[in-house]
Design a protein around this ligand. Sequence first.
Ligand SMILES: Cc1cc2nc3c(=O)[nH]c(=O)nc-3n(C[C@H](O)[C@H](O)[C@H](O)COP(=O)(O)OP(=O)(O)OC[C@H]3O[C@@H](n4cnc5c(N)ncnc54)[C@H](O)[C@@H]3O)c2cc1C
Length: 386
Amino acid sequence: MDFSLSEDQEAIRGAVAEICARFPDEYWREADAGGDYPQEFVAALTEGGWLSILIPDEYGGAGLGMTEAAIVLEEINRSGGNGTACHAQMYTMGTLLRHGSEEQKRRYLPEIAAGRLRLQAFAVTEPTTGSDTTRLQTRAERRGGGYVVHGQKTFISRVRQSDLMLLLARTTPLEQSDDRTQGISVFLVDLREAGDAVEVRPLETMLNHHTCELFIDGLELPVESLIGEEGLGFRYILDGMNAERILVASEAIGDGRWFVERGSRYSSEREVFGRKIGSNQGVQFPLAQAHAEVEAASLLRFQAASLFDRGEPCGPQANMAKLLASQASWHAANACMTAHGGYGFAREYDVERKFREAKLLEIAPVSNNMILAYVGQRVLGMPRSY
Ligand SMILES: Cc1cc2nc3c(=O)[nH]c(=O)nc-3n(C[C@H](O)[C@H](O)[C@H](O)COP(=O)(O)OP(=O)(O)OC[C@H]3O[C@@H](n4cnc5c(N)ncnc54)[C@H](O)[C@@H]3O)c2cc1C
């Protein structure tokens, strides 16, 4: 049992930290204020090859593991940046890699690895069905040599910064499917060819996240855009969820570390009532508590990543890591905000920005309630609630 990073892993953290240092707090603050996509940052990460580290070397990536990818995303958020701007470029291709045909992989993966194609949009959520994914209403009907899609999606992030998008749609109506997880298929949509059939409307949210509503009306897809077998898409998506959970947990851990560091630094400097505010236990203990929680979540996250890299089942660990990391980060956010007093609200301290960003990870890409239901029902074998 060795809990330390290897020399190579430390080198990865150092290399990513160097890139992040070129994008200081002001960069992220300005992007947030203007609602801008952090294009230059994403370009620097792409150029460094960091967004393609999970793509096997035979397809042009670095062929590294989930542990290394976790280190990259944690470092981005720990430095004050926001990995959610581009994290999906790392893992969305996993569905293509695991379930795509050799022809699809040879066609797309090297281009994604080189950064010439962006696959960082993943269209699952719908306005009427929300977390109840198997009841999604978007339909892909077989017509001629392909499919025609009608439906609506919401909160689809980075769609305007993507060339390709994974789309989940029903190919067999729910009532004709053997069980509700069947009859759903996953498609690789080339957004550059979608034309007017996909209307994209940006959704304003409390953070700089580039998320949109999609109105899909008669989108024609060639049969080659189907990934794997028709009707098995929900299972394919579930397969990719452990990777997503581990990587999102890593971002939350990075955020948590940032909050603890900023909160303890500020409260060790700020003097009120003739002493450092951090010497008061009311300020110090919440930060110490949050630090302990972040460290614990980090260990579970690395355990999940290590199981993933060995090809062993890691569902419970990946889910629990996402749950605990997002909670730890949120506790750290509150402790940091409180320690900053009124200055926590001042944009120039970046605490309020990170605070808004940290909250998201309790809710998306999956709400913590769904994770608790998974742990209660799948891990502990308790009765199902849905
Ligand atoms: C900024 C942002 C970016 C996003 N990006 C994407 C994206 O790129 N692609 C994508 O597909 N989706 C995306 N989402 C959507 C996100 O995954 C969903 O918001 C999330 O899964 C919850 O779905 P919902 O909002 O419909 O909530 P609902 O399903 O309506 O749930 C609302 C609340 O009720 C709780 N709840 C519902 N049913 C139960 C139950 N049975 N037991 C206990 N609690 C329950 C939920 O946990 C949640 O807290 C994004 C969301 C946001 C805010």
